[in-house]
Design a protein around this ligand. Structure first.
Ligand SMILES: [Zn+2]
Length: 414
């Protein structure tokens, strides 16, 4: 690979030395090519590694002389190490050609249409496209380096890769096109995850497939239809493979468990399992309870001491009772639906006071294990469907020495 460092005109001697050291590399080592870490350079100049990165980004860039855009022959430029390592050197297309090709295809598809009728729509679409281009460019500039990805984000990205990644590991399919195992127990959690990874710049908006699914609110802020959008991964396929392999190491799993956000994530997953089962049972009985903060708070209280499998039983009973209530004279569906909250609460209190026997339900085929449940529970704790059968607190206690949760077999009740 032939490269050359280019400097800003009024660069100081110190900054020049820093930039040279920043870009100094060992030949033929694509995995870890840099001779000095930013920390080592920083120690020499009494600066932090972040300051070194900023000085290098602001004062110089690296041109890769033997990597040119397949269309316009523009030489590839890297502003920082992350960009350098993430580069796809074979058949690289510059951002400007990527956009030109996109516009060309867009115009072709419109050539046959009635220009006048489309004009108004075009102006609106172009405004979104321009905003989207700006958004993507901001994203490209802020992709975290591989070593700086937050641990929870790392595992979320792995789940998205497994669930929605295309075969070449370059982009995702949309949630609406995914007919296999779901990413998480609910669509609302699915979109929450995609939104998070997009805001952290680990998933880049794919302009060509997404401009139809973007709207602007009154303040002209972009609103994304995350259910239909697709994304490009911010990393190369090799780097993504490495992230998948890294997620299997015990040291990575330990880091995840000790991250304060891990518990929160697990609680979110379990709550969505319960909400999704409640919606399903209610629909089956032609009922529609309001699932708001109050209902979520009740289910969260149940989840403190009971597993999802036990709460399935409370939900099932609660909905069955509402359904019988509905058959009584003068009771309409709305009143019956509203009684579900109270029924679940009564079930919980009776079980908690040992007035009735606690039962554990099995998963049924309508609620299979999601990719996220497998990634965050099964693979981390090494217990089959432990996110369904145990409380989060019990699983975290298991990590203390000499305490083990026995794996119990639950007979199928449904
Ligand atoms: Zn080009």
């Amino acid at each position: 690979m032939k490269t050359k460092v280019a400097y800003k005109l009024d660069i100081t001697e110190d900054a020049k030395t820093i930039c040279d050291k920043y870009w100094l590399r060992i030949k033929n080592n694509s995995k870890n090519p840099f001779i000095y870490s930013c920390k080592e350079i920083g120690d020499e100049f009494g600066l932090t590694y972040r300051e070194i990165t900023r000085i290098a980004e602001d004062n110089a860039y690296l041109t890769i002389l033997d990597c040119r855009c397949v269309n316009c022959s523009t030489v590839k430029i890297c502003c920082n190490r992350t960009e350098f390592i993430s580069s796809y050197l074979d058949s690289w297309e510059c951002e400007s050609c990527y956009l030109k090709a996109f516009y060309r295809r867009q115009q072709d598809s419109r050539r046959d249409g009635n220009e006048r009728a489309l004009q108004q729509q075009l102006i609106k679409e172009n405004a979104f496209i321009n905003q989207l281009i700006q958004f993507r460019q901001t994203q490209l500039y802020s992709v975290p380096s591989l070593d700086n990805i937050n641990t929870v984000d790392h595992y979320l990205l792995v789940a998205v890769l497994i669930c929605l990644g295309t075969d070449n590991l370059r982009s995702t399919i949309s949630l609406s096109d995914n007919l296999d195992t779901q990413l998480s127990p609910s669509y609302s959690l699915d979109t929450k995850i995609l939104d998070r990874l997009m805001r952290k710049n680990l998933l880049l908006v794919n302009i060509e497939n997404s401009y139809d699914y973007v709207h602007a609110n009154e303040d002209c802020l972009l609103q994304f239809d995350l259910f239909k959008m697709t994304f490009d991964f911010a990393y190369s396929p090799d780097q993504l493979q490495k992230l998948i392999i890294d997620s299997k190491y015990d040291s990575s799993k330990k880091r995840l468990i000790h991250n304060f956000e891990y518990k929160e994530c697990c609680q979110d997953i379990q709550l969505e399992e319960c909400v999704s089962y409640l919606t399903y049972c209610s629909k089956n009985n032609n009922l529609a309870p309001i699932i708001d903060a109050k209902m979520a708070s009740l289910l969260n209280t149940c989840l403190l001491n009971y597993s999802v499998s036990e709460i399935y039983y409370m939900i099932w009973e609660g909905v069955e009772r509402a359904s019988s209530y509905c058959n009584k004279p003068n009771i309409d569906k709305m009143r019956a639906s509203n009684s579900i909250y109270g029924n679940i609460q009564k079930m919980y209190e009776k079980i908690d006071n040992q007035l009735i026997e606690n039962k554990k339900y099995s998963r049924d085929d309508t609620h299979p294990k999601s990719v996220l449940t497998r990634t965050f529970f099964d693979e981390i704790h090494g217990i089959e469907d432990c996110g369904f059968r145990h409380t989060v607190d019990d699983l975290l206690k298991q990590l203390q020495p000499h305490k083990n949760i026995s794996t119990i077999y639950y007979p199928r009740l449904l």
